[in-house]
Every structure is written in C-alpha cells, then in structure tokens.
Design a protein around this ligand. Structure first.
Ligand code: UD1
Ligand code: UDP
Length: 366
C-alpha cells in the first residue's frame, strides 16, 4: 500500500521551498501526497501555490489581519490536530521556522506521527534573533524523525544538540531547486526601471525589527535616495501592518523609491537578477541572491546562514542607519568592493535537494 505523506505549507517562503519537494513526491509512485495549506499567509501563499500549480487538498484559512503569535498558535494547533486525526498520515513534512512549522511538529508529536523537517539545523544561538523563529526551529528540530539539513554547518548545529546522527541528512536547500527553475523563465517580467538607473531591491519584515529599527532602515533608504539620482529603490512591501504603515509613511512619495505590493515569485526573481544589490532581512533572499551573483546587505544583527557571509558575498549591516548608508555607498562607488561581493556562489544547494529528500523518505518506508 502507498504511504501517505502530508506536506504542510503556511507562508510564502514555505511554499517556495516546499514546492520542489511536493512536486518530486507527486511524481513518485510509492507515495500518496496530500497538501495542507494552513494559510498563515493568504495572498502571498496563494501567489506561490498557483505559480507552481499546486492545489491544496486542505486549506485551514487561519490568517487574520495583524494576527498575534498566541492566537495564531492556538488556531493552528486546534485545526491541525483535527486534520491529523482525519488524515492519519504516515508522515508529516514541513519546512523552516514559522509558527505553522512549530505547531505542525508539535501536533504531529501529540499524535505520534513521524515529522520530517526540511531546512533543519539553522541556528543563531540567540532565542530573540530572529524572534520567534529561533525557538520555532529548535522545537521542530527536537521533534523531528528526519532532519533535512541544507548544509554541513546546519548538520553540525544539530549534532551539537545531541540529535541522532543517523536521522540527519545533508540535502542542500530546496530554495535553490525552486530558484533554478524560475530563474530560467523570468526575464520577460523584469521590473521597469528608468534606463541608466541602477536598481537596489529592498525587502524587510522581521518582527525583531518592528518599531525603531525598521524606522532606521527606512530613513537610511530615503537618505540614500535623496543623495543618489542614479539609483532607483524597488521595495515590494510586506503586508504586515507593522511594516506597511511605517514603510508608506517614511518612504512614500519619493521619485526614486518605488513601493509596491509583494511581487509574485517570477517577477521577484527577475528583479533580483536586474538588481545591482539587495537590502534585505529575509532568510530566503540570503540564499538566492548569492546564486544569482548579487550582493546582499542583511538588515539584521545575526544570521543563521553564515555560509554566504564566510564567502564574502553577504554582509551583515543590521538595522543601523550609518552601516546601511556606508556599505550601500561602497557597493555603488567602489568597483573592486562590488566585484568581490558579486561573485556567483551557491553555498546552499545545487538544485537537487528535493530529489534527495524524496529518496531518503522512500528508503525509510519502502
Ligand atoms: C511570517 C513568519 C516569518 C516568515 C514570514 C515570511 C511567523 C511568526 N512569522 O511572518 O517567520 O519569515 O512569514 O514572509 O511564523 N498578511 C497579509 N497577507 C499575507 C500575509 C500576511 O495580509 O498574504 C498580513 C496579515 O495582516 C497578517 C500579518 O501580515 O496577520 C502577519 O503575518 P504573519 O504570518 O503572522 O507574520 P509575518 O510577519 O508574515
Ligand atoms: N519573495 C517574493 N516576492 C517578494 C519578496 C520576496 O517572491 O516580493 C520571495 C523571495 O525570493 C524568497 C522568499 O520570498 O524566496 C522570502 O520570503 P520572506 O522574505 O517573506 O521570508 P523569509 O525567507 O525571511 O522567511
């Protein structure tokens, strides 16, 4: 009899990173794949699922405007447990460190269903950076039967927590599978930027940056835009009201700052390819941009993705006005410094992570 695997997705990055796994499992004959969307994100999740032609079998529709972590956690736990009872899967798979993933791992544990953690072992060592994601991934990691670690350093983090060696598999990050697929077919949707202008792409959404840190990021961008007539900033604004309201108030109405709705993944990859460099606090962007040869200045104090920093193609600047301005000007004006960071390297994967995960699961079951 076929094994039943329930793949769970809640937010945009989970859908991007789970899509290659879901598609690889759907192509396999030994498994019955079911897709459960918690819809912790609504519009941004739907954008990705439709791009990859994935139609969820179950949709919990849990998102509420400006949702709080406790209320979201409670809604997810109740709804996921009811689904696990109905579906009775042989395994549950989820990716990353969102509230959806933490609750999915715990709900699976309560029902003694084996849990597979995609993108396992990322750590900063600081429970409050990023918040609440560092806690989410520690909980998911401690409950997992399979740890699909993207890199050797992620594997070492898991071993340091005394997780069993034979349950840890270094697979690469599935985001590179998704990126390589999309990067091949996105050139005709590149953003319209005035000719002769250099593009700086911006994303920001982390909870630990809400308030003054995020205001400082915005002031730095505006300061740069005021001084540089040769640069256009493109910022697809995250719909979280804690981000959107400040971004619109501090960056709106500037001739060289384009604020827009979140971009579909296809035009977003095209924008990364067109960008001179990227300012971002995103996890996924730190993995994708190096593979496209684009420098990233990370708007965070710590990162759980040290590989690209070690390679010298990603730099931490924090939500710090002076550092953002200084390092941005360096990338605009110092050709050698730019070249050193614009090397195409891909420390996070080779585009075959999903196939490896699929094969590890097959050999566990068949
Ligand atoms: C969540 C994850 C974060 C991940 C990020 C990816 C948690 C605690 N946070 O943060 O780890 O990096 O997603 O983007 O799991 N909203 C919409 N439409 C959408 C999505 C969000 O309107 O499609 C708004 C809603 O008002 C929602 C709010 O954004 O309540 C916050 O969404 P939430 O998922 O709680 O947090 P994110 O900041 O998106
Ligand atoms: N992304 C996108 N459209 C956008 C901004 C980002 O498709 O307007 C993609 C990006 O390429 C990456 C993912 O969304 O794959 C990152 O999501 P986000 O920054 O929301 O979450 P994180 O990776 O920080 O958890």
């Amino acid at each position: 009899m076929k094994k039943k695997i329930l793949c769970i997705v809640g937010t945009r990055p989970e859908a991007i990173k789970m899509a290659p796994v879901i598609l690889a499992l759907k192509a396999a004959s030994w498994v019955n794949v079911r897709v459960l969307a918690t819809a912790q994100h609504r519009q941004m999740l739907d954008q990705v699922l439709s791009l990859f032609d994935i139609v969820p079998d179950i949709d919990l529709d849990v998102m509420r405007p400006n949702q709080t972590l406790p209320a979201l956690t409670a809604r997810l736990m109740t709804a996921l447990d009811a689904c696990f009872e109905d579906e009775a899967p042989d395994a549950v798979l989820a990716q990353g460190d969102t509230t959806t993933v933490m609750v999915a791992a715990l709900a699976a544990f309560y029902r003694r269903i084996p849990f597979g953690h995609v993108e396992a072992g990322l750590r900063t060592g600081d429970l409050f950076n990023p918040f609440p994601e560092e806690m989410n991934r520690i909980v998911a990691g401690n409950l997992a039967r399979w740890h699909f670690a993207p890199t050797e350093s992620a594997r070492r983090n898991l071993l340091a927590e005394t997780l069993p060696e034979d349950a840890i598999f270094v697979t690469g990050n599935t985001v590179i599978d998704a990126l390589l697929d999309i990067a091949e077919r996105c050139d005709d949707v590149a953003p319209a930027i005035p000719s002769g202008q250099r593009l700086v792409l911006v994303t920001a959404h982390r909870r630990e940056n809400f308030g003054e840190p995020f205001a400082q990021i915005c002031r730095a961008i505006r300061h740069l835009a005021d001084r540089r007539e040769d640069v256009t900033f493109l910022y697809p604004v995250h719909p979280n009201p804690n981000v959107k309201e400040i971004a619109c108030a501090l960056l709106g109405g500037h001739p060289r700052i384009q604020l827009c709705e979140p971009l579909d993944y296809l035009p977003f990859v095209a924008a990364m390819k067109r960008a001179h460099f990227i300012l971002s606090d995103s996890g996924g962007v730190q993995e994708e941009a190096p593979a496209l040869g684009k420098p990233v200045l990370v708007l965070r104090r710590e990162t759980e993705r040290p590989e690209a920093v070690t390679e010298g193609v990603v730099k931490l600047v924090g939500p710090d006005f002076d550092a953002i301005v200084r390092e941005s000007l360096r990338l605009l004006d110092d050709a050698d410094a730019y070249r050193a960071m614009a090397r195409g390297v891909s420390p996070y994967g080779d585009g075959k992570a999903a196939a490896r995960i699929c094969e590890i699961l097959r050999t566990s079951f068949v």
